[in-house]
Design a binder for this molecule. Sequence first.
Ligand SMILES: *[C@@H]1O[C@H](CO)[C@@H](O)[C@H](O)[C@H]1NC(C)=O
Ligand SMILES: *[C@@H]1O[C@H](CO)[C@@H](O)[C@H](O)[C@H]1NC(C)=O
Ligand SMILES: *[C@@H]1O[C@H](CO)[C@@H](O)[C@H](O)[C@H]1NC(C)=O
Ligand SMILES: [Zn+2]
Length: 414
Amino acid sequence: MKFYLLVVLILLGFVSTHRISYDGYKAFRIRPTTISQLKTLSSLSKKPGFDFWNIPRVINKSIDVLVAPDLLESFQTYLKTNHIIYHVLIENYQEVIQIENVALKSKRLREDVSFKKYMTYEQIVNYLKTLAKKYPDIVTVQSIGNTENNRSIPLIKISTGGSNKPAILIDAGIHAREWIAPPVALYTIQQLVENATNIRLIQNVDWLIVPVLNPDGYTYTFNNDRLWRKNRSPGRRCYGADINRNFDFHWMEGGASAYECEETYAGSKGFSELEAQALRDFILANSENIKLYLTFHSYGEYMLYPWGYTSDLPDDEPELRTLGTAVADAIEKASTIGTSYTIGTSTNVLYEAAGGSDDWTKGVGGVQLSYTIELPGGGSEGFNPPTRKILPVVRETWEGIKLYQAYIEKKFAN
Ligand SMILES: *[C@@H]1O[C@H](CO)[C@@H](O)[C@H](O)[C@H]1NC(C)=O
Ligand SMILES: *[C@@H]1O[C@H](CO)[C@@H](O)[C@H](O)[C@H]1NC(C)=O
Ligand SMILES: *[C@@H]1O[C@H](CO)[C@@H](O)[C@H](O)[C@H]1NC(C)=O
Ligand SMILES: [Zn+2]
């Protein structure tokens, strides 16, 4: 009996040292109304104990921040004395994680796709392999590279054959904790491959989809730290670089960090990271065909296009804006959850962030049309939407993706 108790205690200890707890962490929604409020909040974003879920940059736009228990009192005093508008979004973040954990365990999947839960990396890989077996005429799955922990980065190609067709490249999950992004890629795959009524969407356009670009980080969010963002490459003091600051186009010119412990650490040099290298090499090898690049992130409901390194506009800004606006409108029209996108260049709408995959893809990779889509978040229910909202999000986003397809087919297919 005593021995049994000891084993249980050791196991509990093992689990608790390996899983980060967010017990007592509170999430706040803040609305800075002056430049000085914005500046003070920005300075906090570099301090340990503050996790900004969106980076403070614009006046009167709400910012969500998660605050560690030992900083709560001084933070709330600071907000009150400075008359900053805020409310508590989530009382105790660990409770959100516990609800999520129950949902994760609810159903074991082998080879099917699900939009009733968030799937693990292994489950996603198994689904892709199953499709390749079941639909060999239109599906091929390849690895575009391996990660630090030797996980393969899978890419699924959906094509009815023939050469010189325009292609749409989609990735998701560059940032590990943005769990709602991979399901959008998976729903696209499912609708294109398994829904026969969508056959016309693959007749004149090829699809190249990477549902999880950061397998190590993504797996780490399931097993260790629910809010991990970067990859898992080892540094001298901290793990991980922000893959979406690591692309070598105006690298480190703004909105990125040179300190490896920070969330936006850009890596030791441009393309130091395996995941960024893998995507770069794939795009360069296929740049003649790729006509549209979509990269899915969360959250914020932003439809963004280059540039992210400067507030200057690209020459073809009107085309990028018109197309992005039409897509955002289609999504909003289909939305059952009140989604509303803000459209514009990354720098002007959101914040300066050099080294992003969208900038490099357009600036160097030869893909004229390049978009970063910040999907809806979970609001008071967490960083990600609760599982019952996965289906509404992927369905409404799919309406926008179909519009992108129609544009590419019309412009490039003959
Ligand atoms: C922000 O909102 C406040 C009112 O809450 C308003 O007085 C101010 O003009 C707004 N500033 C900007 C830049 O929109
Ligand atoms: C990495 O994975 C590949 C298969 O993807 C395997 O052949 C290789 O042995 C692995 N290397 C290590 C060091 O585990
Ligand atoms: C298949 O696609 C059609 C429209 O393209 C849609 O109406 C239908 O709901 C889809 N079926 C499934 C099972 O997703
Ligand atoms: Zn992101």
